[in-house]
Design a protein around this ligand. Structure first.
Ligand code: LRH
Ligand code: MN
Length: 432
């Protein structure tokens, strides 16, 4: 079964038939308005249809916190069911052609079969995420006091071997990158020698970089705090950048939007990493306080737009080494993960298109003339343009649903999965 029965091409065509007229009308109005500013809407539709972001396999199950996780109906129980759910998101929104796996959460015996399964749904694999922040059953040495920066060389060797295994798994899945986020850090002043810990990490990463195939990259993911609450081995972009410089051309810096102190200017961090040719890509999400892993664009849509404004500027300047990987990393604790991921993908498309609408010549002229308000208003003009009809037309032309969440709800896919996938009893703690 390559397409979920409940979401066939006919089902989507029926759904769209009722909405196509008004959508086209709204799109024509927007197209005329954009043309008055010299923007070709049809060209934007093509760019949107080519835009893709990767879905985190760990995001299609109901997420949780350290306090509790309240499983939802029909939660996927293994990576094959996760791929089925990722296929629904791609089928309806047409913006998520890739999946980012996490090992060992997505471990299987037959990776070529998993790759084949994904391919039957038109899905490919993006960066593989290693995991040395938990002790899977049967693991010899614990990561309680760290992994790649651990004081015990045997623990570091175990963590290095895990990352090398992730590279091997990624090769079988067709990935081209390894994402390394480590929870290493300390909870007390004095607990960790801050220099030695970093040196141990860098030496360990050298061995991981040496194991990378020629055309692979390693994404270093920084995070200010949690689960360590006094110091973190790679707390910020500066440390990540300095380490990536030391590790060489295959190492670059991944920006998870939730991994910064409140009010940090993330779009400037992005601009810096682009300038220094070390931007790996993103774990898109949103947050109000800490690493909240909320839906992209649901708290700070203007910040998301400003990040894409820097990315489009880099693209226009043909910035050297600019090849960011776009991935989502969210935790869906109170919504249907499929609905949240559909809407998050659309909000990322929205920020992408609004950034494309910016009149870069007018913006540059205002900047050069120190016309602060003029420059700001050019960005606000783009940000306040409702591009929803254009995004809907792009979905329609790509074979998706004009109103994907309404279509998903009408498909009763979740009810179907709740019958097929027996509910997991009780609540547990933890993010997955
Ligand atoms: C760490 C992180 C990392 C993943 C994990 C699920 O907070 O962002 O990217 O491995 O979440
Ligand atoms: Mn992340």
């Amino acid at each position: 079964m390559s397409t979920p029965i409940s979401i066939s091409a006919d089902f989507i065509a029926d759904h769209n038939a009722r909405l196509e007229g008004v959508t086209t009308e709204d799109y024509d109005g927007l197209r005329r308005a954009l043309a008055r500013h010299g923007t070709d809407a049809e060209a934007l539709v093509q760019k949107v249809m080519a835009f893709g972001v990767a879905i985190p396999t760990w995001g299609v199950g109901t997420g949780g916190t350290r306090f509790a996780r309240f499983p939802g109906p029909g939660d996927p129980r293994n990576v094959f069911e996760k791929i089925e759910d990722c296929a629904v998101i791609q089928r309806l929104a047409r913006a998520t052609p890739r999946v980012s796996p996490h090992i060992p959460w997505d471990m299987v015996d037959d990776y070529p079969a998993l790759r084949e399964k994904a391919a039957t749904h038109g899905l490919a694999f993006d960066a593989v995420n290693s995991n040395t922040f938990q002790d899977p059953p049967g693991q010899e040495l614990s990561y309680k006091f760290g992994s790649l920066s651990h004081t015990d060389a045997r623990v570091r060797a175990q963590a290095i071997a895990h990352n090398v295994e992730c590279i091997d798994i990624g090769r079988k899945l067709g990935s081209k990158a390894l994402t390394v986020w480590i929870a290493d850090g300390s909870n007390f002043a004095g607990q960790s020698n801050l220099i030695k810990a970093l040196d141990r990490y860098i030496d360990a990463m050298r061995e991981i970089v040496a194991a990378l195939p020629a055309d692979w990259r390693v994404f270093i993911e920084h995070k200010l705090y949690e689960p360590a609450f006094y110091s973190t081995a790679i707390p910020d972009w500066g440390t990540s950048f300095a380490v990536a410089q030391e590790l060489g051309r295959k190492a670059c810096c991944l920006v998870d939007l939730g991994h910064h102190a409140p009010n940090v200017n993330i779009e400037q961090i992005v601009a810096r990493l682009v300038r220094f040719k070390k931007l790996a890509g993103f774990h898109f999400n949103d947050s109000k306080y800490g690493d909240d892993d909320l839906d992209s664009g649901s708290v700070e849509p203007f910040r998301l737009f400003l990040i894409f404004n820097e990315l489009i500027d880099a693209e226009r300047r043909k910035a050297e080494g600019f090849a960011p990987a776009y991935m989502i990393d969210q935790s869906h604790n109170v919504t249907d993960p499929i609905e949240s991921l559909i809407q998050s993908a659309i909000e990322l498309q929205r920020a992408f298109v609004q950034a494309l609408i910016v009149d870069r010549a007018a913006l540059e002229a205002a900047q050069e003339a120190n016309d602060a308000l003029g420059a700001y208003l050019e960005l606000k003009r783009a940000f306040t343009t409702d591009v929803s009809p254009l995004l809907a037309v792009a979905r329609l032309r790509a074979g998706g649903a004009i109103a994907p969440i309404a279509a998903y709800r009408a498909s009763a896919y979740r009810a179907q999965k709740a019958k097929e996938r027996p509910a997991v009893s009780g609540t547990s703690a933890g993010i997955v």
